[in-house]
Design a protein around this ligand. Structure first.
Ligand code: C2E
Ligand code: MG
Ligand code: MG
Ligand code: MG
Length: 282
């Protein structure tokens, strides 16, 4: 717990908090160097449609720390956000992913593959964010139709009017928009109808709470999300699909696309296998 010790000063008495803060401070310093030292890279994870075709890949950032090994994005993205490093970092991700998208689009077998990129709030809130993305795409030679931006609810709600304007601008350029982690915020339902998303991603926490058949309450929620999204003209991607059974049951409820360890883990480019994957029986 923080105790206020006079103006602008906060002291932490709890040793556990102390060590979390120390680690965080160290990581922030090291993260600044990580970008220059090329310790960062992108993994890609497949999104597979009902016929088992890989229609899209999500770019997921990885930090290979020289001593501590792989540091999960959950840990360093917040640091990058707070320190402002997320701006150059996000730009780097955008450049790398667009460059790869252009390569895929130039090959007949992967011509229509899409790339999804996670966007953080601070990145999105920049006044020239739309122009930045469009510049990066054009520079890479990729067609904007292949790019999908994954936005979260909290990002959109940070400034709803501003988000709407930017989203419409992206749509006009042919870029797709996905609502990531859907269902984890409490106002998702109310806002979804007002926002021009192409796609909704059901958060993996829902998928992972599901049981062996359609009888559990989680399935009622998932079915409601799928039906609502479809009625709004949006497609549905399920995140965190780990088992054959989850894949099967989600398919029965009409889910359009599947992402998760059952279909493939996030891997580096050289290990990415885009060939036909598991199929939902018609
Ligand atoms: P997210 O966008 O919701 O990404 C999905 C996360 O679920 C990824 O975690 C992925 O590895 C994980 N996942 C996929 N399938 C399964 C599964 O079957 N089971 C389980 N348990 N997990 C699965 P990851 O790679 O650790 O990324 C975590 C979060 O970090 C992402 O969540 C995203 O919010 C953020 N992130 C990752 N890369 C970037 C980036 O380039 N920019 C920004 N702003 N955020 C990023
Ligand atoms: Mg995502
Ligand atoms: Mg997600
Ligand atoms: Mg998530």
């Amino acid at each position: 717990e923080a105790k206020s010790a006079g103006r602008g000063m906060i002291r932490f008495h709890d040793p556990q908090t102390q060590s979390i803060l120390a680690r965080r401070f160290r990581l922030e310093t090291e993260f600044r160097q990580a970008m220059e030292r090329k310790e960062l890279c992108l993994d890609y994870q497949k999104q597979v449609d009902r016929r088992g075709h890989c229609v899209s890949v999500e770019a997921l950032l990885r930090w290979q720390h020289p001593e501590q090994g792989l540091i999960p994005p959950q840990e360093f993205i917040p640091i990058a956000e707070d320190s402002g490093l997320i701006i150059p970092l996000g730009q780097w991700v955008m450049e790398m992913a667009c460059r790869q998208l252009a390569i895929w689009q130039a090959q007949p077998s992967t011509r229509r593959l899409k790339v999804s990129i996670n966007v953080s709030a601070r990145q999105f809130l920049q006044s020239d964010f739309v122009e930045q993305v469009m510049d990066t795409i054009h520079h890479s030679g990729a067609h904007p139709e292949g790019l999908c931006l994954e936005l979260t609810e909290s990002l959109v709600l940070a400034d709803l009017d501003d988000a709407l304007i930017k989203m419409q601008a992206f749509r006009k350029q042919g870029i797709q928009l996905s609502m990531d982690d859907f269902g984890t915020g409490y106002s998702s339902m109310a806002y979804l109808s007002r926002l021009p998303f192409d796609e909704v991603k059901i958060d993996k926490s829902f998928v992972q709470q599901t049981g062996e058949n359609h009888s559990g309450n989680e399935w009622i929620i998932i079915e409601a999300i799928i039906n609502m999204a479809h009625n709004l003209g949006m497609r549905v991607v399920a995140e965190g699909v780990e088992t054959e059974n989850q894949h099967h049951l989600l398919g029965q409820l009409g889910c359009d696309c599947f992402q998760g360890y059952y279909l493939g883990r996030p891997v580096d480019l050289s290990s990415l296998d885009l060939s036909l994957s598991r199929e939902i029986p018609a």
